[in-house]
Design a protein around this ligand. Structure first.
Ligand SMILES: Cc1ncc(C[n+]2csc(CCOP(=O)(O)OP(=O)(O)O)c2C)c(N)n1
Ligand SMILES: [Mg+2]
Length: 575
């Protein structure tokens, strides 16, 4: 029991308090998992939530709990919940909240906060901070609940804001005093709100659907791009049926891989640069024309004029970077269903010449890569290591692949085929490092499936302490660290000639596998593709928390992986 709220039984039997109202409000809305870090003022709340049957997973750092909540939102279409303490805990969780918003994942960051009267007069309270004001510009919506009787409505607003329309992060400020407030139990119960139809369907206008199909039909070299919005929608069958009915080549964005298998005959993943450059009509489904698609213009997109069709829930997304010839606004499920319906039974076959050209390019690229994936070099290069991991994923299409790093990210994305929707989760819109262990925990907890996390050694470092969390909860997570002694490469030298190492290199020959042994997990040092294969297979079969230090040639990577072009160059000639 929280201090100060204990009363004699006869006085309390008709009363409830903020702690219990929040727990009941969450359960009423089917929100039964919380990711967080305990401390004042939410320690007791976590205990009571756990006692009430809510699963409460404690992390070692709020940012990782936040990433777990964010990916829970992506995987389930329900807001993932993160719970933090005031000021520093709140700030630690805020990066993940902003990340969720940027990536359009529904998430609610619930943070305890200090006494309003003191915070607002800036009188120096314990962990003083005006959290609501700070959260507001970084998320989709931010709310504060001051009275116990408003907990129900406050949570309802947070849920709706997180999942309706374009999903995103929501901040819910819970001042310490709120938890201990008491009110009549009946009135409290009545104050709770069950959110009915939290993400109502948004049906596209028939005229917009017709226009889109006409533009698509007019293409001589049409292309469909699937984004993670399409993966989020869980409209897998309809999307597959639509893409197959068009016969048009499709390109999956990173987290849309597997929506249709990467081995599907229409998949243009291995011919990306060709299809972007040569296509004349491009339909984006839940994909945005941001930096990941070079803003829809420039060299990547070639000289030929393009017409864009965009299917998105957010009207403001249209014309964000280039003109959209056919905007279709609605939720992806409703839009794709409407498109399918309006195609009728006499939809023409996709232009054979174009389909053939894409197929040829794709086969050419796949053939070129094949021998590199079979190399058994020691020390390993990325391709040798990925060759074996690719087979392991093929044999286990239900496993979830978490992926971050630079080379470790870009090469994994390119090499490892995905076979089912929402099985690949990665750095997303920001290319952020640090999602690794949070995502691994969130994915394992939400799906019950085994997780394979392929991590650059730098990327892993951002959330590495959570391997204790993975061991503590006994989660079926296998972490493979592509250890090339640093960021991009382990070979850089200090250009000043001093004794400090270069800015991008780490301790040489580090043994990350030893870390997990401290917590009872299995550590393996793998120096060849064969060793790697054996260790990962064993981990995936046993489901035991495992960390494999995969020793990669420090010279194997390239600067910034595939996005080295984004590094600013001086107008002055390099000395
Ligand atoms: C939060 C955050 N900080 C810094 C970066 C810059 N950054 C991009 S990739 C990367 C690490 C790349 O090294 P590693 O994970 O070892 O992958 P490698 O290329 O060596 O395989 C860093 C620090 C980032 N993307 N996100
Ligand atoms: Mg590295």
């Amino acid at each position: 029991m929280a201090e100060g709220t204990a009363k004699k039984p006869d006085e309390t039997q008709d009363l409830t308090d903020g702690f219990h109202l929040l727990i009941e409000a969450l359960k009423l809305n089917g929100l039964t998992t919380i990711y967080g870090v305990p401390g004042i003022p939410i320690t007791d709340f976590g205990r009571m939530a756990q006692a009430s049957g809510i699963r409460v997973l404690s992390f070692r750092h709020e940012q990782n709990a936040g990433y777990a909540a964010a990916i829970a939102g992506f995987l389930t279409k329900k807001p993932g919940l993160c719970l933090t303490v005031s000021a520093p805990g709140f700030l630690n969780g805020l990066t993940a909240l902003a990340h969720a918003t940027t990536n359009c994942f529904p998430m609610i960051l619930m943070s305890g906060s200090s006494e309003r009267e003191i915070v607002d007069l800036q009188q120096g309270d314990y962990e003083e901070m005006d959290q609501l004001a700070i959260a507001k510009p970084l998320c989709k919506a931010a709310f504060r609940v001051l009275h116990a009787q408003d907990i129900g409505i406050g949570l309802a607003r947070a849920i709706r804001a997180a999942v309706s329309g374009r999903p995103g992060g929501v901040y819910l400020d819970l001042p310490a005093k709120l938890f201990g407030q008491v009110m009549n139990a009946d009135a409290g119960k009545k104050s709770l709100v069950k959110v009915i139809d939290p993400a109502p369907a948004q049906i596209p206008a028939p005229a917009a659907v017709k226009r889109a199909l006409e533009v698509l039909k007019g293409g001589k070299r049409p292309l469909i791009i699937l984004g993670k919005g399409a993966a989020y929608a869980q409209a897998d069958e309809a999307i597959r049926a639509f893409v197959e009915k068009t016969g048009i080549p499709f390109l999956p964005m990173s987290m849309a891989k597997g929506l249709l298998p990467d081995t599907h005959p229409q998949c243009a993943g291995a011919a990306r640069s060709t299809v972007l450059k040569d296509s004349d009509v491009v339909m984006m489904i839940g994909a945005r024309l941001n930096w990941l698609l070079s803003h829809g213009k420039g060299k990547t997109w070639g000289e030929a004029p393009k017409k864009f069709i965009q299917v998105d829930i957010e009207p403001k997304e249209m014309d964000s970077n280039v003109e959209i010839a056919a905007p279709v606004v609605g939720d992806i499920g409703s839009c794709v269903a409407a498109l399918l319906e309006a195609m009728g039974s006499s939809w023409p076959a996709a232009p054979a010449e174009w389909v053939g050209a894409v197929k040829t390019k794709r086969e050419e690229n796949v053939t070129k890569m094949a021998p590199r994936l079979m190399n058994n070099n020691v020390p390993m290069d990325y391709h040798g290591a990925l060759g074996v991991l690719r087979t392991i994923v093929k044999e286990r299409p239900d496993a979830i692949l978490v992926n971050e790093g630079a080379n470790a990210l870009d090469l994994t994305r390119g090499v490892i085929d995905m076979y089912k929707p929402r099985k690949r989760i990665d750095v997303g819109t920001w290319g952020v490092m640090g999602i690794g262990m949070g995502y691994a925990v969130g994915a394992a907890v939400e799906t019950g499936k085994p997780v394979l996390a392929i991590e650059g050694d730098s990327a892993f470092g951002f959330s590495g302490m959570e391997i204790e969390t993975i061991c503590r909860y006994g989660l079926p997570v296998c972490v493979v660290i592509f250890n090339n002694d640093g960021i991009y490469r382990g070979t850089d030298v200090n250009r000043g000639g001093g004794s400090d190492p270069a800015t991008t290199v780490f301790v040489k020959g580090a043994r990350y596998d030893k870390m997990i042994e401290a917590f009872g997990g299995i550590g393996v040092n793998a120096t060849s593709p064969d060793e790697l294969k054996r260790a990962v297979n064993a981990a995936m079969d046993s489901g035991k928390p495992t960390l494999i230090n995969a020793v990669i040639d420090p010279a194997a990577g390239s600067e910034s992986g595939r996005i080295g072009n984004l590094n600013p160059q001086s107008a002055l000639k390099k000395k």
